[in-house]
Design a binder for this molecule. Structure first.
Ligand SMILES: [Fe+2]
Ligand SMILES: [Fe+2]
Length: 195
């Protein structure tokens, strides 16, 4: 996997537009910080590094290209994704891992697949990439500082506050909410009541 990380580092540097590349590097650094805070090691750290490097591999694509590519890959966009094709960069990006980046690891796939809206059944690595993407130091929105401070409460609590802030933002502007985010939220609440 070390070779994959090296190759991914070079690929994102050469393929992504400058701003997206910088966001990618900051997401990688934030993800690794969170991962160490939550006790990840070895292979887990490598998967998190690789997934965060590749998480936005097609974020810069236009809506039509994402829709076309999803179709070519046999992925049927949800109603919300049809209305907001930008969301597809997570699904298409995950599918591209094997084809365009020779990355076959299922957990890396899952972390890329779920990084934007979340979903049910996300592993720890996917949850960390999901949070790092929203918390990296280049992100500036109301409440992000408090959010960063909540990292001490544990990964699941951090996911919950990231979701809450995101929902707040989306409802505030009357935007659509992907139901996968609500599934993720409910799962975290259920885990909290069990744990
Ligand atoms: Fe993204
Ligand atoms: Fe991102």
């Amino acid at each position: 996997m070390k070779a994959d990380i090296q190759r991914a580092t070079e690929l994102v540097a050469s393929q992504l537009p400058a701003e997206l590349y910088l966001h990618t590097v900051r997401t990688r650094d934030t993800a690794l910080e969170l991962a160490k805070r939550y006790g990840c090691e070895g292979r887990e750290l490598q998967r998190i590094e690789l997934a965060s490097l590749l998480h936005d591999n097609c974020k810069h694509w236009q809506a039509q290209r994402l829709l076309d590519e999803a179709k070519a890959l046999g992925y049927e966009p949800t109603e919300i994704e049809q209305r907001v094709p930008a969301l597809l960069h997570a699904r298409v990006g995950a599918h591209r891992l094997r084809r365009d980046f020779s990355v076959t690891d299922g957990i890396v796939y899952s972390a890329v697949y779920y990084h934007t809206v979340g979903g049910r059944g996300m592993c720890r690595e996917a949850r960390i990439v999901f949070c790092a993407d929203k918390l990296e130091p280049g992100r500036e929105y109301e409440g992000v500082e408090e959010l960063r401070a909540r990292a001490t409460d544990g990964l699941n609590e951090l996911c919950l506050v990231v979701i809450a802030l995101g929902l707040n933002y989306l409802t505030g502007k009357g935007a659509l909410i992907d139901t996968a985010t609500l599934d993720f939220y409910n799962e975290l609440i259920l885990e909290r009541s069990v744990g």
